[in-house]
Design a protein around this ligand. Structure first.
Ligand SMILES: [Zn+2]
Length: 63
């Protein structure tokens, strides 16, 4: 689920992980500018894709 628009992400949809309020938050592509404006910091460079089985994160941390 995107933590900005509260939308459930669809299978295959791209998202990235952003950090704000000391938490890692899932943000969909559409909401990335909004997250950045809110002071969030992106913690991964690569986009993740939503697996069919759900939101499973296999991210390589860069920060
Ligand atoms: Zn969103």
């Amino acid at each position: 689920m995107c933590q900005v628009c509260r939308r459930t992400l669809l299978a295959g949809e791209r998202y990235r992980t952003w950090r704000w309020a000391r938490r890692d938050q899932t943000v969909c592509v559409v909401c990335e500018p909004e997250a950045r404006d809110a002071g969030a910091v992106r913690v991964v460079d690569a986009f993740e894709h939503v697996r069919v089985s759900g939101l499973i994160q296999h991210v390589r941390r860069v920060a």
